[in-house]
Design a protein around this ligand. Structure first.
Ligand code: SAH
Ligand code: SF4
Length: 351
C-alpha cells in the first residue's frame, strides 16, 4: 500500500486522514503543529505521540522533506541553498540577512517559462511547477538550520519561477504559511513578471500578501524586447490591473526595475515611469543589473542609477536602490540557476 505524504495534504486533508483512522480531531492540530512549527522530519520524531501512535500513523503515512544538497555562503553573509526534489529536479532559495532581519527568497517553479532576456533562471526554461509543500518546505528546511529562537519571518517569492503561473499551489502555500506557520501576510511578497489575470486571482484566492511587479521598462517596445510576457499583457493592462488591485491603507505595490545600461536607464525612462505609476500607491525598487557570464547586458554606473533615483523621488515616488546581495555566489536577483559548479559546493546533506 502506498503511504500518504502528510505534507502533501491540506489542513482539511489532514483532518480527514486523522478522523479516517478513528482518531480524535485534536490529533490533526498536533500533527500540523509538529510539521509546520516544529519542523518535524518524520512521524517518528513527533515525541508528543506515544510510540504506539507513531507506529500506527507510520503504517499509512509519512512526512516528506526536500533534500538540502548544497549550501553556499557569500562574502556579505547571504546564503544560497540548493534543494533536490523527489523527481531529482533542483531549486534554489536565498537567505538574506540585513540588520538582523532575515528574508528568505523562495522559488515557485523549477526553472521559468517567461524567458526574460536578462534573467539567468529564464535560460533554464520551465522544468515544472512546484507543489505547495515543495514551496513551503524551503521555509521549513531553513528554519531547521536556524538557532532555535530564530525563524524566517520575511518571505519573498523572488527566487526561481513565475508564481502567478502556478497560482493554485502558490495560494495553498500562502494559506499554510500564514495559517500554520503564523507568518504575517504583511511580511510576504509575491513578485510577478506581469501575468495580468493572475494578479486579481491572487487577491481573490490567497491571503492578502504584498504584490511586487517586475516592470523593468517604460515603453512596450522595450518591454516586449526584454520580457516576452509583455506581448501578451502589455503595460496598459498590466498597470490597469495594478490600479484595480485592492490595497489596505498604507500598503503599496512594489515595482521592480532592473536597470540595464543604455536600454532602460535614460532620463526619459525615469520621467515616463513617474507618469506610468501616477495614481498607484507604489514604491520602486531599482535593481542595477546583476551580471553573469554571457548575459550580453551591462549594469549602469552608480552615478546614473543615483540620477535615475533622484528623478523618481522628484516625481514624488518612493524609490530605493536595491543593494545586490550574494553576487559572488550567483545568489542575487535573476542569478539563480540551481546547478552551480561542483567545485564551489559545500556539502551539507541533512543528517
Ligand atoms: N518571476 C518573478 C519572480 C522572480 S523575481 C518576477 O520576475 O517577478 C526576480 C527579480 O529579479 C525580478 O524583479 C527580475 O526582474 C529581477 N531580475 C532578473 N534577472 C536579473 C538580473 N540579472 N539582475 C537584476 N535583477 C534581475
Ligand atoms: Fe522568470 Fe522572473 Fe526570471 Fe522573468 S525575471 S525569467 S519571470 S524568474
Amino acid at each position: 500500500m502506498q503511504r500518504i505524504d502528510l505534507k502533501a495534504l491540506s489542513i482539511v486533508g489532514i483532518e480527514s486522514f486523522v478522523t479516517g483512522l478513528g482518531l480524535p480531531l485534536f490529533r490533526a492540530r498536533q500533527l500540523l503543529h509538529w510539521i509546520y512549527e516544529k519542523c518535524a522530519r518524520s512521524i517518528d520524531s513527533i515525541t508528543e505521540f506515544s510510540k504506539g501512535l507513531r507506529e500506527r500513523l507510520s503504517e499509512t503515512a509519512f512526512i516528506s522533506n526536500i533534500d538540502l544538497l548544497d549550501k553556499q555562503r557569500s562574502e556579505d553573509g547571504t546564503e544560497k541553498f540548493l534543494f533536490g526534489l523527489e523527481d531529482s529536479e533542483t531549486i534554489e532559495s536565498v537567505l538574506i540577512s540585513d540588520k538582523d532581519r532575515l528574508t528568505l527568497c523562495i522559488s515557485s517553479q523549477a526553472g521559468c517559462a517567461m524567458d526574460c532576456r536578462f534573467c539567468l533562471t529564464g535560460k533554464l526554461k520551465i522544468r515544472r511547477d512546484l507543489k505547495a509543500h515543495e514551496i513551503i518546505d524551503q521555509v521549513i528546511s531553513i528554519n531547521r538550520l536556524l538557532p532555535s529562537d530564530t525563524k524566517v519571518i520575511n518571505i519573498v517569492f523572488m527566487g526561481m519561477g513565475e508564481p502567478l503561473t502556478n497560482l493554485n499551489e502558490v495560494s495553498e502555500a500562502l494559506w499554510r504559511m500564514t495559517g500554520l506557520m503564523k507568518i504575517s501576510k504583511r511580511r510576504i511578497t509575491v513578485s510577478t513578471s506581469g501575468v495580468v489575470p493572475g494578479i486579481l486571482k491572487l487577491y481573490d484566492n490567497a491571503p492578502h500578501v504584498n504584490l511586487a511587479v517586475s516592470l523593468n521598462a517604460t515603453t512596450d517596445a522595450v518591454r516586449d524586447r526584454l520580457m516576452p510576457i509583455n506581448r501578451k499583457y502589455p503595460l496598459r493592462p498590466l498597470l490597469d490591473a495594478c490600479r484595480k488591485f485592492p490595497l489596505e491603507p498604507s500598503r503599496r505595490i512594489t515595482f521592480e526595475y532592473v536597470m540595464l545600461k543604455d536600454i532602460n536607464d535614460k532620463l526619459e525612462d525615469a520621467e515616463r515611469l513617474v507618469k506610468l505609476l501616477r495614481g498607484i500607491p507604489s514604491k520602486v525598487n531599482l535593481i542595477p543589473f546583476n551580471p553573469y557570464e554571457g548575459s550580453g547586458f551591462r549594469r549602469p554606473d552608480d552615478a546614473s542609477v543615483l540620477r535615475f533615483q533622484d528623478l523618481l523621488i522628484k516625481g514624488n515616488l518612493t524609490a530605493i536602490i536595491r543593494k545586490s546581495k550574494g553576487q559572488d555566489i550567483l545568489a542575487a536577483c535573476g542569478q539563480l540557476k540551481a546547478g552551480y559548479p561542483a567545485k564551489n559546493r559545500q556539502n551539507c546533506s541533512p543528517s
